[in-house]
Write a protein of this length. Structure first.
Length: 130
């Protein structure tokens, strides 16, 4: 399916879609803030671009952390949990726990490890080894 077709299906048939479970408003925002076109196929690579647009523009504290602009990983983790209901916010609970059946199942420690690995890889690729 194309991005446009997926968005049309969100109007009546499906809600959260793809590997990052984009809801309609979030998908529209990500498309608008990325170089993804409406006629692009909704591939894993396109979904990764859309996720990158979210962390750079909707949740810039995450992108700033990954770029090395700040070292406040707690802030980045909080923003991650606000964007994805499956990520623990604090004290073992998700930011959206029990809202529409949501429940965090990715621990803050797991999210911390992922952000650390992404940041290290990103900064190494940029030639700015932490």
């Amino acid at each position: 399916y194309t991005v446009s077709q997926v968005m049309q299906m969100q109007d009546w048939m499906i809600y959260a879609v793809g590997r990052y479970q984009f809801i309609p408003s979030t998908l529209r925002f990500a498309v608008a803030m990325s170089d993804v076109n409406m006629d692009d196929k909704f591939t894993p690579e396109v979904q990764d671009k859309l996720m990158a647009a979210l962390i750079m523009y909707k949740r810039p504290a995450i992108g700033a952390y990954l770029r090395g602009d700040h070292d406040y990983i707690g802030w980045a983790l909080d923003e991650l949990a606000k964007e994805w209901a499956s990520v623990e916010y604090r004290s073992g609970r998700g930011f959206y726990d029990h809202v529409g059946g949501n429940r965090a199942h990715i621990s803050r420690k797991q999210a911390w490890e992922v952000l650390q690995n992404i940041k290290k890889t990103w900064l190494t690729d940029l030639g700015r080894v932490p």
